[in-house]
Each structure stands twice: as structure tokens, then as C-alpha cells.
Write a new protein. Sequence first.
Length: 553
Amino acid sequence: MTDSIFISTAIPYVNGTPHVGFAWELVLADVLARYHRARGRRVCFLTGTDDNSLKNVRAAEAAGAETASFVRARGERFEALCRALGLSNDDFIRTAFDPRHAPAVERLWKACDAAGDVYRSSYRGAYCVGCEQFYGPHELAGGGCPEHDAPLERIDEENHFFRLARHQAEIDRLLSGGALRIWPDVYRAEAYAWIQAGLADFSVSRSTARAHGWGIPVPGDAGQIVYVWFDALANYISALGYASDAPELDQFWQRGARRIHVIGKNVTRFHCIYWPAILASAGLCPPSDVVVHGFLTVDGRKIGKSLGNGVDPFQLIERYGVDRFRHYLIRHFPLGRDGDFSTAALEHASNDELADQLGNLLQRVLVLLERNTGGAIPAPAPERPGEPPPGGPLAQAARRAAEAARAELERCDPPSALAEVFAFVRAQNLELSQHEPWKLARRARETSDASERGQLESRCALLLAEAARGLLWTGALLEPFLPDAAARIAAALGTPLPAVYADVAPDWPSLGRHARVQRENVLFSRLIGAPESAGSACIVRIGEQSVPTSPTS
């Protein structure tokens, strides 16, 4: 086993424009990738687009466009979102256009076929194009799809099937033995419920006619197209060079320390049941972790491209900046739960933690350092017998925050980890308020006693030094979550951030030893004039012209 970590998002269909729900998924995966790099591990962070879907074909037809050009153009918008969010992804795969993908799908199909897990049979049932999934009668509420408003289609055709039932005991062992971890536990319980109900074989191809000829042909059967989910799931290994036995496949998948998928709750069955079975059939390792997030809603209704109520992440980033947007998505939407998106809530969250707590803390400390130490971070004085050094508890709180955040990120829970970071920010503000170094500085200026002045100045300098070290530590803790803000904190304090996520904690007294503060713009100013609801801000109706909003700060 290597120390390499593979991290991926699900890959979205490109029938519409990117919405804030997918941005949430991208940011969660980016936090994990940045964290593992900070731990000194080699990371491959992959995202991309699912191009070979029937819903993409129908969207192109509705737009009067040729499918390939439509899909290519729409996919570019998803790739642009990665840049807008400041992602650290190492790769971006387009399943219709990347030369690595189709050969990998063909090889995976042949491997499953050679294992005796692919057979031909007829199927009749209800199909949702939005989900790209067949539904049994017991899964349908009122006869309609449980997720989409569109009516189901009745399909009667002959397809190739995968022997999922054959792998039921193996998937049970993966889950019960911990080889496949599902976070949070509620979705692990959901996967167990599917297993206990009994796994049924599923169709892995569609007729070429129904697929409109779009997709990857089934090897040896030109009349059939590989089912979009069999095709899409293969992207995780096609990007690693499965078709050519590239060394990355061995490093990041077969011998990697962890293989982490970050997905939405609507695709857990595919990633936690179908995908491990396909991999087992082909003789490949299963994913080690599946991290599941809920749905974002607007006014209680799920956000979706096909529902036409997508919240445009580009407008939000332009209006608020990427760090405020990332902070809101990570901090205020816990894993495993749905959350209602609101720009008013985003602004409140930003004003509370980013402006009032973090930004104000940094600004106060920088100003005090400039006025009282010439912008330097003083070295700690030798400890005096019987007297703990000023800020000693702050150093302990810093180490506890790093340990707690690290533990949450190992459990693939960025929201809980970021909560630990801001608990430390609050501790720093409390420490500063209790010791009030500004009062010590004022008393030092006012006293005529040279000895008292020296003691007050020394005490003030040490308190400010501890505050500066706390901010450096905070910047390092924040780097996986808010990389731009972390870089600005380092620049303002004039020194690199410490490696707080490493196995060996940085030496607290040495932090900022040669620093010189460089105060420029405020890190986060307060936002004024929050709208009453998300509907008044950045809703973009899919297929209609979106109207940019104006900055409020």
C-alpha cells in the first residue's frame, strides 16, 4: 500500500448549467484533497462531466443543436466552475471526448463478461430519464419518480444485464468489515437495507435506437449502447489509465491508501452497491470511502437542472467572492442533511464568522503590532519560575483545534472540521478580550515610571505575539477550506503558514520569528443590505437569460 489518496466527485450530466448543489460537492472534495496534501500524502483529485446520457441528447435536441457540439459547450461551463471555485483538482475528464475513457469502458465490460457476470435478457418496466434509472413498482410513490417531476417512460426491450445478485455476500462483507466506509452512518444503514432486501441484477445496456446512437457501443454488439451508469462509474479508473495499465492506476487505486468518492445522496445505490460489484467482477479494489451529502433546496424544493430552479454559482462568486461562498457551503450544510440555500443566510454567516470574528481579529492584531512592536512578532521571553507564559493556554487550544480538525477530516467531514477551526477563532477573540493588550499599551504610554513602562510594554508585546501566532495557526487550519483567505493571512503577517496538519506539531514559540506585518485591505468586511430570500438574488432559470446581480459591498 502507498500513501496515495484518490478523491473524486460524481460527474454531472451537462443537460443544463452548473448549479450551487454541484458546487457544494466540488468544494467538499477540494477540502479533502487539500487536507491530504497538507498531511504530506500524494493526491489525485478528479472531477469531470458525464457526457453520454440520454438526457444530454434530449437537451441538445430541444435546443436544436448537434449532440456532440452541445455537450462539449455545456461541459466547458462545468470546467470553468472548477476554476471559479479555486479548486485544486489534478484532472478533469470528459467521458465523450477523453481518449482514455471509451477504451477503459470497453475493457471493464469485457472483464465483467469474462467473469460470467454479463448476460442478455429482456426487460419491461418504468424508466426515469432524469435519474437514468429503472424503477420497480415498490419504489414509486403515486406512480411517479420520487425525485423528478417528469413522468416515467414505459420501456420494453432486450438488454445486457449484470449479475449483481451474485455479488451480494461480497458487498455485505465490504460494508460489515469496514473495507468500504460510507459517511455519514445514515447512508451506510441505507445500503444495508438494500442488501437485506436482496439485490437484483440490473440492465447495463440500452438499445442504440433509444440512445439515439450516442454513447459507447457494447463490445461485440453494435445494436446496444453501454448503460450510462456503467459508462460513468468507469471514469474513476479510466482517468487513472485503466485501459493501458498506467502506473497511476496501481498507485492511486490498486495500492492507494484510500479511494474516496464524494457524491450526492441520490446516487448512493450506484456508488455503494453497483460500483463495488462491477469492480469485484473485474478483479479491482473497491472504493474505500463514499462520502454522501444531502440536497440543497430553495424554499424547500430540491435544486436541479431539470427542475429549472438552479442557483447560479458564478453569480454568487462574482458577488461575494469565492471564500465567502466556500465558507457558507462548508460551514452551514452538515453532511447527511438537506439544507435550504439563501443569500440572506450566506450574508449573515459571512458577517458573523468571517467579518466579525476572523476579519476583526486579524485587523485588531495587525494594528496593535504596527503601533507597539514596529510590525514585528516578538520572540517569547524566558519563562519565569512559577509564572506560565502569556498565552500558554492559546498554544494548547491551537494544538487541540488541529487534532480535532484532523480527526474530522480523516472521517471525511469538512463541515465538522471547519466548526473546530472557528471554535479556535472564538477562543482567540476571548483570549484577547480577557487580557486587553491595548489597555496595557495605553498605560505604558501614560506612565512616567520607566520600570513600570518596560513591564507593561513587555507584557503587551508578548500578548500580541501570542495573538499573531494564533492567527498564523488559524490561517494554516483554514487553508483546505478557504485557501485565498489563508494566503492573505500569511501575507498580512509576513511569514509562511505552519504545517499544522503534519504528524509532528510545529514549534509554537518559533512561529513568526522573522515576520513583519504588512497590513493592506481588510480581510473580510461586513456585507450590507442582505436580501430577504434567495429568490431575490441569484436564481437562474435553466434555458432562460440570467441577469447578473450587483455587488453589495
